[in-house]
Design a binder for this molecule. Sequence first.
Ligand code: A3P
Length: 320
Amino acid sequence: KYLKDEEVSQECMSLLSTLPSESGWLSKKLHNYQGFWHNARQLQGVISCQKHFQAQDTDILLVTTPKSGTTWLKAILFSLVNRTRFQQTEGDHPLLSNSPHALVPFLELKLYVDGETPDLSSFASPRLFSTHLPYISLPKSVQDSKCKLVYLCRNPKDTFISLWAFTNKLKLQEIRTNSIEEVFEKFCEGISLCGPFWDHVLGYWKESLKNPEKIYFLTYEEMKEQPDLHLRKLADFLGCPFSSKEEEERVVDAILDICSFDKLSNLKVNKEGKLPSGESNNAYFRNGQVGDWKNYLTAEMAQRLEKICEEKFDGSGLKF
Ligand code: A3P
């Protein structure tokens, strides 16, 4: 069970007292560490993972902004790299009975959460992990090793709506429901889990331009529009391209099918199961649409966020 914010270690408490803080939305307080906002428990995980996680050259790290399609990409990457071990058409594929979050665990939110130091010796190679950490906060061994990073983000307006809906659904601990206006203001100020959103995206975007063999930069919208193209490109990037025999056998389609929103969201494990942290797996599946923000944001709100993003991404070559 997760610790409450007040129960973090003495070491973490003394660090927290030196950091800027703001009232948050998923937790009572967010703290600014290395330029990004984290709640206290998460921060304890960040620090533990920075200290202890040793990346291996063959590791694959899925990095995402919260609510950008992490669950989907976890399923995709797991199926992709394990496709010879587990056939997508077999009834015993691990995705049929496990949440993608159980198969590809978060570093700071699961393995190292609350300052744990996990034993990773049972992970099969290539090890697959995920994180919401900004580039600047990655454990040093991730940058120093040859491990590969897949980065996923999403249009900020849909990211915001998905995040708002998610936090209201979780209603963790004693946190009240958040009004959309209240949290929109915070998001625009950059105050959200692992935000500012634009700084997170720009950090990885710039690195991916410098080092395209190390970081594959992808958006939710690109993946929705051309899933087969990006799955093939991911396979090439990760050094496991589809063979002509696999192409003949339509393995790409089989992977996309088992990882589709309809398939995953209708599985018993994802409908009724809970993560060890107590969150319902179904909180990770809402409707999976591009442009759903139109049903929630006023024209004024949309314009405001668009303008902020235009300014922030100006000159970067990146557009949402
Ligand atoms: P919506 O809230 O817009 O529906 P994350 O996994 O990073 O928390 O992101 C969650 C978002 O991804 C949610 O978006 C969710 O519905 C969507 N999602 C989950 N599984 C998906 C899948 N298999 N295909 C497409 N989108 C998916």
